[in-house]
Design a protein around this ligand. Structure first.
Ligand SMILES: Cc1cc2nc3c(=O)[nH]c(=O)nc-3n(C[C@H](O)[C@H](O)[C@H](O)COP(=O)(O)OP(=O)(O)OC[C@H]3O[C@@H](n4cnc5c(N)ncnc54)[C@H](O)[C@@H]3O)c2cc1C
Length: 492
């Protein structure tokens, strides 16, 4: 990341023009051609300016790729740090993620693996092996290890949960092409169906139903707020992916290392605390105004802000109604994370890896995030999603932490005695995101799919929400940055 020098470089261009006119007035042919060359260079420089709004993974990728095709790029970021929904926090000698964390295997999240390898950012694999089970369900008021569930739990519940999984797998028939999920008539019907009604229709055993609902809530959002077609699209994307490749990696030194590696490989300036307030386009040039009163000029602007905050930016001319309506209406999953650091890994004493799929409590999911970080103790993530996360919107951090601790104590009695530290992020309440990640609501896939893949004049869009394969993932964010740079490359 560079110290801001954007205004200086503009001043250099202006000074050069004055100097060139004076020289050309002097007259010699040789001087004239030098001046022409200089002018050409200046025009070249001016033609290739881009501003990227947002320094999350999509913005950083777009900036890196735009520089590779000759653009001079400035990034404007509202927050005081890079990374957006990647938020690594240090807790003593260990760290954890407030946002994006898991990465699938290299044949799935290909672009993340490619950039990590390009920039020498280390990845770690996840989980424990051998005697240690990866985790347990918390069902009917007790912990049931995954093996015990599969091998010896109430067969009606197990069979019904398998019935749900089979139905999920069958959804792929409605989506022959994951990039274009609404091709078939049946898919359009699915889009009008909410996932809760679909689950209700299965008439599952109540316990199996709670597990199914928690799966949907944790991965996407409250089942009643999710389009069945979004779920079907996901099922298609993951149809042939082996379980071993799902959530198999994370950044060894945190997502922060990946964001910083991008920044280290970007020449242009990255301005933090520079929320964009207005984007105006006139005669093919774009002016970008920020909260601090600064103004930036560019030929193209790439807007990567999450949809819930897109309408905070004033556009001139106005964004087409369809886009501003979409930004207002498209559903985002609501998720929050509490990082609970304990002085001992009490879960290992129960030969469990720390993952818990929870029913009947607001904590929906727990897992250890420090398997490769050494130390006696470790950090467990307590993940809360859907309506349970929405109701905490105005809670203080301490209220959220206390609620999670109470629930941990119910599931793992005595655990509170080992608590060392806690950090919290409720993304619904985060001012520059106001949600977790895109989770299309009923009727929204057919209405809005790919809407933000087309530019409006010189305004381009990127961000996880614009991807058509890995929406909701870091991979989707990175892919969208590549896609937008490819679109802009076609201008020249
Ligand atoms: C709780 C949670 C868990 C997740 N877990 C995973 C996971 O395990 N694996 C996975 O792959 N993905 C996960 N994700 C999703 C992943 O984090 C995101 O898909 C990805 O980081 C989004 O990147 P982005 O660049 O699209 O958006 P962002 O990272 O949100 O970047 C957008 C940037 O724009 C900035 N901004 C907003 N408004 C303005 C403005 N007016 N002016 C300037 N800047 C502005 C924001 O501050 C932000 O930095 C998770 C997300 C959450 C919230």
């Amino acid at each position: 990341m560079k110290v801001s020098k954007r205004k200086d470089s503009l001043r250099v261009v202006v000074n050069c023009v004055v100097f060139s006119s004076m020289l050309s007035a002097c007259g010699s042919n040789e001087t004239q051609s030098v001046v022409e060359e200089q002018k050409k260079d200046q025009v070249q420089q001016i033609e290739n300016q881009a501003v990227v709004v947002g320094a999350g993974l999509s913005g950083l990728t777009a900036a890196y790729e735009l520089e590779r095709i000759g653009y001079s790029v400035t990034i404007l970021e509202a927050k005081e740090r890079l990374g957006g929904r990647i938020g690594t926090v240090q807790m003593g000698t260990q760290h954890g993620e407030l946002g994006g964390e898991f990465i699938d295997g290299p044949t799935v999240h290909q672009e993340i693996h490619r950039y990590a390898s390009l920039f020498n950012v280390e990845l770690a694999d996840t989980g424990y092996w051998g005697e240690i089970e990866s985790g347990a369900y918390y069902i009917e008021g007790k912990l049931v290890s995954y093996t015990d569930f599969d091998e010896s739990f109430d067969t009606e519940i197990v069979n019904d949960y398998n019935r749900f999984n089979n139905a999920l797998n069958l959804l792929v028939d409605a989506v022959p092409d994951a990039n274009d999920p609404a091709m078939l008539e049946v898919a359009k019907k699915y889009d009008l169906t909410d996932v809760q009604s679909w689950i209700d229709d299965m008439q599952l055993h109540p316990t199996a139903k709670l597990i199914a609902e928690q799966f949907v809530r944790g991965e996407f959002d409250e089942p009643s707020d999710l389009s069945l077609l979004h779920l079907a699209q996901y099922a298609r994307v993951y149809e042939l992916v082996s379980e071993d490749d799902v959530e198999s990696h994370r950044f060894l030194h945190g997502g922060k290392a990946m964001a910083q590696a991008f920044a280290d490989n970007i020449e242009g300036d990255i301005h933090l605390n520079q929320a964009v307030t207005k984007i105006s386009e006139l005669d093919g040039r774009v002016t970008i105004n920020t909260i601090s009163g600064d103004s930036f000029q560019a030929d193209v602007v790439v807007v990567t802000v999450p949809l819930p905050v897109l309408n905070k930016i004033e556009f001139s001319p106005r964004l087409p109604q369809a886009l501003s309506d979409a930004a207002k209406n498209i559903n985002y999953g609501s998720h929050s994370k509490v990082l609970l650091q304990y002085s001992k890994r009490f879960w290992l004493e129960q030969t469990l890896g720390g993952e818990t799929i929870v029913t009947g409590l607001p904590t929906g999911w727990t897992w250890e995030t420090t398997e490769r970080q050494g130390g006696e103790g470790g950090i467990l993530i307590a993940y809360t999603s859907g309506d349970y996360s929405v109701i905490q919107k105005d809670w203080s951090d301490q209220q959220i932490i206390d609620a999670r601790l109470d629930e941990m104590e119910i599931m793992y009695p005595g655990s509170n005695a080992f608590l060392v530290d806690a950090k919290v992020q409720n993304w619904v309440a985060e001012p520059w995101t106001q949600g977790g990640f895109i989770a299309y609501g009923p009727g929204q896939v057919t209405k809005y799919w790919k809407l933000f893949q087309q530019p409006v004049g010189q305004v381009y869009f990127a961000g996880e929400h614009t991807d058509t394969l890995y929406l909701g993932y870091m991979e989707g964010a990175v892919r969208s940055g590549i896609r937008v740079a490819e679109q802009i490359a076609q201008l020249n």
